[in-house]
Design a protein around this ligand. Sequence first.
Ligand code: FAD
Length: 419
Amino acid sequence: MRIVRESMPDERVAFGGGKVSSGCVEPGSCLGCRLCVNICPETALVFLEPDTMKVHAEKCIFCEICAEVCPMKILSIKGDEKMLEWKIFVPERRHKMKFFGNLEAEVISKGICSHCTACASICPVNGITAGDKPISFPEYIKYCVDCGACIRVCPRWDYKPKSGIGNYIEAFAGRSKRFSGQDGAMVTEVIATAFEIGAINAAVLVSRDEDWNTKVVTVTSVEQLKNEKLRGSKYSFADVMPAVKDAVLRYNSIAFVGTPCMITALRKMQENFKKFERVKLAIGIFCTENFYYHDLSKFLLEKKKVDIRNALKTNISKGKFIVNLKSGEVVSFSVKELDEIVPSGCKVCQDFSAVDSDISFGSSGSPDGFSTVIVRSEFAKKITDTIKERGSAELGQVNIEAVKKSCEYKVKIHPYSTK
Ligand SMILES: Cc1cc2nc3c(=O)[nH]c(=O)nc-3n(C[C@H](O)[C@H](O)[C@H](O)COP(=O)(O)OP(=O)(O)OC[C@H]3O[C@@H](n4cnc5c(N)ncnc54)[C@H](O)[C@@H]3O)c2cc1C
């Protein structure tokens, strides 16, 4: 089928062909999925084995179908960068299977998948599923386009655990004067301030429904942060990274809140696909373990006679899992009791403090009602400096030794050998 546009752009011509040379490929973010090659009705886009993409500009009929199918939205008939040929990176294959089969064999089947959802977010055919179930790609043999992007972003491929408190510029305890949150609501305060000073124009957060199922939400204003469900910790997996990818396609300065595995995944995404540099503020939360929602709610109901739907707040503090119920009742028990439902991928994680983040937060190291704030990048420091100047948070000393102990504890309870 030949697709012809009713009106051709006179000034800009696709792929540098025709009258005016005007480039159409944003460099550095091609997944190598070749969806464009497969759909181009004029074979203007071709893939040359083993790793080269080439455009025959003279063949382009401006139908823009390539731009439509491109999962990273890097193709366009308008643009300033002329690029008619570019390399794609083809990762190493450990098994003679499609790349998702490799990911399954090396990460998922070995029980080390962190459920960070980076693979689900990058998959060009949206075939990788996450949610409240282990990561999977039903019928990958049929549908995987074998680009290898999932492997390139997976923090558990060639897994070398990160640990410790990491590099930081400063650490303090804080309590927002305008928001209430899980601890001192400093996560929310930082996001609000970042919006106010124009440092970000979108933030990907984890909200919840009435049943405490996680719900990922992208907010674009401080006003939206008034929704209390956007604040507070939900101790179950959330599909954060697919929302981060959507945000990256729409906004240019993004913050997101994630567990340490998600933050490490983000760094891999940024290393491999330039477009993710639009994430300017990777906010890490301290994390010992996370849970599948179905496991946690079942445990609470069967073992503790607590219906999670009646919870007002859930918290892990000083080795206890605490549920504050709407009735005013408080149910508290040792987190060790949750051992049987800790996902295997969490059991090999040693990163407590989110060492790869721009800024990280937790309760460890601070008095009750305060958040520990570990500032790691200059970008994040501009925001915390503004909070200090404005006096919009009560500030205090952090017990850094206590945070280090939490880091060490996580390594101790989650041994992992790379041999
Ligand atoms: C699964 C999990 C385990 C944790 N374990 C520890 C721990 O062992 N020790 C410790 O000191 N602190 C832990 N924390 C961090 C702690 O609970 C608080 O998130 C942190 O102190 C910040 O509090 P705050 O009042 O500043 O945040 P708030 O201002 O209340 O904001 C909380 C933010 O967390 C985000 N969020 C909530 N749930 C999730 C989720 N499931 N995934 C990704 N983002 C989420 C929300 O988007 C929100 O922006 C954990 C948090 C989670 C989600």
